[in-house]
Ligand binder design. Sequence first.
Ligand code: CP
Length: 308
Amino acid sequence: MHLINFKELTEQDLNTLIDLAIETKQNPEKFLKTLEGKSTALIFQKTSTRTRVSFEVAMTQLGGHALYIDWKSTNFTLADISDETQSLSRHVDCIMARLLYNSDLQKMASASRVPIINGCDEKYHPSQILADLITIKEKHGKLTGTKLVYIGVHNNVTNSLIEAAIKTGIKITTVTPIFNNAARDEELLLAAKKSGLWESTLDVKNAIKNSDFVYTDTWIDMEFFTDPKFETEKNNRINLMMPYQINLELLGNSNAYIMHDMPIHRGYEISEEAINSPRSVIYQQTENRLHAAKAIYLKLMTKNYPVR
Ligand code: CP
């Protein structure tokens, strides 16, 4: 089994994964040798802090070994992705890949003899959202019926949040004046509409009212943020999105917890004051990446914690 997005997981699978992650956090000693003798390849086409560190440290704390591989330094750059994946998957027990394109990840999944974990592509970011679900459950005690508002650009994180919400009974409202076309997944949005758990609006103040969590993410994908070729588009986006910045004025009297998956662009999608607010759970989210990574490994790599 692979973890490309949440489509393959039932509601029960996802809830079990969240509870397993919380168990690894509360009782890490129990899992110290679970993956002894196992190896994972962590392969990156893009930069990363949290995904790289959490999946590497998680493997160490489960008794196994993780290899960090920079895509640019490998023969993936020269050869067929399926051949290279076949080869890699005969040396390791799992592959976590951060690739630019979901289509390449699908090719990897088809060729691999071992589980493939999506470490974020242009469409989905499941390991981040698992950490977010852990955080919501820790702060709010439950997922079903929780009201989450996502404010920003509709992107890969938004898709995975919507996927997770309709599986766990979270009521999600998205306030997204811009839609990243690369992230478009009509099938997901249709399913979300049918579920009755997702709504989309531009009335940001009303959306925040009565919400339990307010979530934002970068307005510009990380590979473009400092790219001079993207400068005009970046400035257009900043102008359009500034009224949607998460700040104390926008939040008003709301008691909602403030979420961000990081990296943060301070002063753009979120203000300094909102990051430092007592309602901010941003650093708890990032801490939970480790526990999310452990649960994903355990589900995909051991017989004791099967998803199904
Ligand atoms: N949130 C997240 O995926 O962080 P990195 O890009 O640093 O891995």
